[in-house]
Design a protein around this ligand. Structure first.
Ligand code: ZN
Length: 242
């Protein structure tokens, strides 16, 4: 079955911001983002939209999905032109209560993204810690955000990016009851299309290209195990079995 490697970005920074890590660990410099897209391209890994990736049951090995959380203005100002030029899909997860505020997406921008085939998902109404909320609050955060985006863009919202990647069985149950088909965590790894809780890798200002390559080549642990096995083999001959 097709495996999905979902990457999670937040704000992208342009050339005015020389040192991305000084701003926030979750802000990625535009040049790093482009370098990462180039590497995905070089490794010939297809980038698909989340919904297409989830529908895809063919035998291809691995697909990458790009997601952007929190609805930063850079989604529209920096990511959108790059993605559009390269004809790459992505899903954006704005937080309803911050839409239209400083350095955040406006509804017009969200509408334009949606009309240009980019997917929009919910990242709750006000980005609360759902594991620290009472059921009524969880219900409001998940239901209201879904309803508002659906009314604005005229499309069904089925994906929920969990604030801080946090969830509980109660959050999952309430979300499923409201109609979410999948929830995106920040637990690294790959996902199968029929999973409800989807794995996701946070790409940070500190994610150097070698680490990014390791993420693309499977999960880092497997990569290291394989690597140390081959190093051992070199050291002690071919006595080791695969
Ligand atoms: Zn967030």
């Amino acid at each position: 079955m097709n495996k999905l490697l979902i990457l999670n970005y937040h704000r992208l920074l342009d050339s005015d911001h020389e040192n991305a890590s000084a701003e926030s660990i979750f802000f990625v410099h535009k040049t790093n983002f482009i370098e990462q897209l180039d590497l995905i391209d070089q490794l010939e890994i297809p980038i698909v939209s989340l919904q297409n990736g989830l529908k895809n049951n063919d035998q291809s090995k691995l697909s990458v999905v790009l997601t952007f959380d929190d609805g930063h203005a850079s989604d529209y100002e920096i990511a959108y032109p790059i993605l559009k030029e390269r004809n790459i899909a992505a899903t954006f997860f704005p937080v309803i209560s911050t839409i239209g505020s400083q350095d955040r997406l406006t509804w017009n921008q969200i509408l334009e993204l949606s009309q240009n085939q980019f997917e929009i998902g919910s990242h709750t109404f006000s980005h609360v810690d759902l594991c620290n909320s009472i059921p009524e609050e969880i219900q409001f955060e998940l239901e209201e955000s879904k309803k508002i985006i659906e009314e604005k863009i005229g499309l069904a919202i089925e994906s929920l990016a969990l604030p801080f990647g946090k969830y509980s069985s109660e959050v999952k149950r309430i979300a499923e009851g409201i109609g979410y088909k999948n929830m995106l965590t920040t637990n690294g790894g790959t996902s199968l299309p029929d999973e409800v809780l989807l794995h996701r890798w946070n790409i940070k200002s500190t994610t150097i290209i070698q680490e990014f390559e390791r993420i693309l080549k499977g999960n880092s642990v497997t990569y290291f195990v394989k690597k140390s096995k081959s190093t051992l083999k070199r050291l002690i001959g071919n006595g080791l079995r695969n």
